[in-house]
Ligand binder design. Structure first.
Ligand SMILES: [Zn+2]
Ligand SMILES: [Zn+2]
Length: 319
C-alpha cells in the first residue's frame, strides 16, 4: 500500500498565512520540507482521505494524478479537511472524461456539507460521486478499479480514450473502519479511519497492509480503543499509524495532541499488540504554534522511534 502525503499542516498552513513568528520565518527561508499545506493523503492512486482546500495546490505541487480516485474518505466537516468546491471541478468543462464514480464516505453531518456556495446540494450524477453515509464503529468494504463505461458526458474530441472504448484501471479492495474521533462538537461526529487493503497488486504479502489515519483527534476515547482492540482480536495489525500532532511541544490537548501524547499513543498501540514489528510510526497535522521546523522535529521524534510526515512523503506500508 502506497501512502502519499499531499499535505501535513493544521488549518492555517505552516508557515501560517498571516504569521511572522520565528518558526514561520525559518520555514519560509528553508523551504522544501518546511512548507506544509493542509492535511490530506492519497492511498495508492484510488483512495483519498480529506479533500481539503489545498487539494488543487498539493496535486499540482507534487505532480500527483487523482483522476482514478474512487473512494474519498472525509474525517470531519472542518474547513481544512473538506472543501466542497473541489468537487465542482469533477464536472463537465473542468475534467476530461471518462471519470469513474467516486464513493464519498463520511458521517451524515460531514456529508451534509457537500453543497455549493449558494447552499445547493452538490449533484452526485453530474459530479460523478456517490455519497455513502457511515456511523462510528462501522466496517465497510470498498472496491475500486475495473472497467468503466465511457462517461456519458464525453463529447467527440474530448474523450481521453477512443470514443466508445471502456477504460480499465487497477482493481483493489479496501476494508474501512470508521473510528470516533475526540474532536469537534459531538453532533458533528468527527471520525478517523483504519484502512486495510485486502486485494490489488500491492497486497501480495502474507498479510493485508493496514494503516491508521488519526487526525484530527485528541487522546483516543474508550470506544476508540475498544474498536481497535477488537481489530487486534480479529487478527488485524497496523503497518503504519499516522497520528495528530497539532500541539507540538506545547501542553497536552483534548481535541488535538502534543508530541508527548503522540509518542504515548504510538507506544500504547504497540503495548496492545496492534502494531506490526516494522510499523511506520508517524506524526502528522502540524501547526507553527509549537512545532519546530522539520529538521529539529525529526531529531526530537527520532529518540522515540517516530517520524514526522512532510508534504510529498511517500511510504510503502507493509512492504
Ligand atoms: Zn485539521
Ligand atoms: Zn478539525
Amino acid at each position: 500500500m502506497k501512502v502519499t502525503f499531499l499535505g501535513t499542516a493544521a488549518a492555517e498552513g505552516y508557515p501560517a498565512l498571516w504569521c511572522r513568528c520565528e518558526r514561520c520565518i525559518v520555514a519560509r527561508e528553508r523551504g522544501s520540507e518546511d512548507l506544509r499545506l493542509r492535511s490530506s493523503i492519497l492511498i495508492n492512486d484510488d483512495l483519498l482521505i480529506d479533500p481539503g482546500p489545498d487539494l488543487v495546490g498539493s496535486t499540482i505541487r507534487l505532480g500527483v494524478d487523482v483522476a482514478d480516485v474512487q473512494a474519498i474518505l472525509i474525517t470531519h466537516l472542518h474547513d481544512d479537511h473538506l472543501d466542497p468546491t473541489g468537487f465542482l471541478w469533477r464536472g463537465v468543462g473542468f475534467a476530461l472524461p471518462p471519470l469513474p464514480v467516486a464513493e464519498v464516505i463520511g458521517t451524515a453531518p460531514t456529508l451534509g456539507r457537500l453543497h455549493d456556495r449558494e447552499g445547493k446540494a452538490l449533484d452526485p450524477a453530474q459530479l460523478r460521486f456517490a455519497p455513502r453515509p457511515v456511523r462510528h464503529g462501522e466496517r465497510l468494504t470498498v472496491s475500486t478499479g475495473g472497467t468503466h463505461d465511457p462517461d456519458p458526458r464525453a463529447r467527440p474530441g474530448r474523450s481521453r480514450t477512443t470514443d466508445g472504448v471502456p477504460t480499465a484501471t487497477t482493481t483493489r479492495t479496501y476494508e474501512i473502519v470508521v473510528m470516533p474521533a475526540s474532536h469537534a462538537r459531538p453532533d458533528e461526529e468527527a471520525s478517523f479511519f483504519v484502512v486495510r487493503q485486502t486485494s490489488g497488486p500491492e497486497s501480495s504479502h502474507s498479510h493485508p497492509s493496514t494503516v491508521l489515519y488519526a487526525t484530527d483527534t485528541g487522546p483516543f476515547s474508550e470506544d476508540a480503543w475498544k474498536i481497535l482492540d477488537q481489530l487486534g482480536h480479529d487478527g488485524w495489525t497496523l503497518d503504519a499509524s499516522i497520528i495528530d500532532a497539532t500541539l507540538g511541544l506545547g501542553g497536552p490537548g483534548t481535541s488535538h495532541m502534543n508530541l508527548d501524547q503522540v509518542v504515548w499513543h504510538q507506544g500504547e498501540l504497540g503495548r496492545r499488540g496492534l502494531l506490526s514489528p516494522t510499523a511506520d510510526r508517524i506524526a502528522h497535522h502540524f501547526s507553527h504554534n509549537a512545532t519546530p521546523p522539520h529538521q529539529e522535529l525529526t531529531a526530537h521524534l527520532a529518540q522515540f522511534g517516530v517520524i514526522p510526515s512532510h508534504d510529498g512523503l511517500v511510504t510503502h506500508v507493509g512492504a
